[in-house]
Design a binder for this molecule. Structure first.
Ligand SMILES: Nc1ncnc2c1ncn2[C@@H]1O[C@H](COP(=O)(O)OP(=O)(O)O)[C@@H](O)[C@H]1O
Ligand SMILES: [Mg+2]
Length: 232
């Protein structure tokens, strides 16, 4: 299978790396049963894909076998943003075609330049991904990921418009809710927490994202009340 290359992966400022590092360490404390983690938010543009990719990278660089799944088939951004392409110049098969049955799960995750890093990107957005997510095959894909990777980060659609996020959450071991500082209201955050609860998806923590650097940053982990931020 061909290797996936990320042509555009800029270094982050030191403070942001440190914040992500704390988040990684906190996730490590969640125990062995937490493997499939949905990265979700109430609305678009809060930073789900950013946090999903950076967390994936943090774990991979620590030597842990980790996968990243792009399950936001309405608005996939990872391929373009990180300049993903196959080393052999072939066409990337993405999440939507894997879920449509175009290849086996063992061939769905591309290896990367890190031996322990695997990515299932998405290339084709679809008008109604709910059909693909509701399908048993999506559940099987996540089961496969849970059996083969220590952590799987699932980049999701926002919770506001459609039920995709709840469906994804119902199949994950927990969710990290990304909240855009100063933009997302408390009531939206509360509503999102309620949706996750309804889906039976434990809320593992909240990332307050895109804060002004002067305000500091934090991450709130429900279990141990640690704080963290990713500033912009
Ligand atoms: N902490 C951050 N620092 C810098 N840029 C960020 C940060 N979080 C998100 N962004 C940028 O904001 C935009 C929206 O983020 P994205 O991850 O695509 O949101 P979502 O997946 O929730 O729709 C992107 O251009 C992304 O690079
Ligand atoms: Mg996104």
């Amino acid at each position: 299978m061909s290797t996936l290359i990320l042509n555009n992966n800029p270094e982050l400022p030191y403070a942001m790396e440190e914040a992500l590092n704390s988040l990684r360490i906190n996730i490590g404390f969640l125990g062995n049963d937490v493997k499939k983690i949905m990265i979700v938010s109430s609305t678009p543009n809060e930073g789900k894909s950013f946090v999903a990719m950076q967390l994936y990278r943090q774990f991979v660089q620590t030597g842990i076998k980790t996968a990243l799944i792009d399950a936001d088939m309405r608005k996939s951004t990872l391929v373009a943003k990180y300049g993903m392409e196959l080393a052999d110049g072939g066409m990337i098969k993405g999440t939507s075609s894997v879920l449509a049955g175009d290849c086996d799960f063992k061939d769905a995750f591309y290896k990367t330049s890190f031996d322990n890093g695997f990515i299932l990107p998405n290339v084709e957005n679809v008008v109604n991904p709910s059909m693909l997510l509701e399908n048993k095959r999506f559940e099987e894909l996540l089961n496969y990921a849970g059996e083969n990777f220590r952590y799987t980060f699932v980049d999701s659609s926002p919770l506001d418009l459609v039920s995709d996020g709840e469906r994804i959450g119902s199949l994950c071991d927990g969710a990290i809710l990304v909240v855009r500082s100063g933009v997302t209201s408390k009531s939206m955050v509360r509503h999102s927490a309620m949706q996750l609860e309804r889906a039976g998806c434990p809320l593992l923590g909240v990332v307050l994202n895109r804060m002004g650097s002067s305000k500091g940053k934090y991450y709130y982990n429900k279990r141990n009340s640690r704080y963290y931020t990713a500033s912009r």
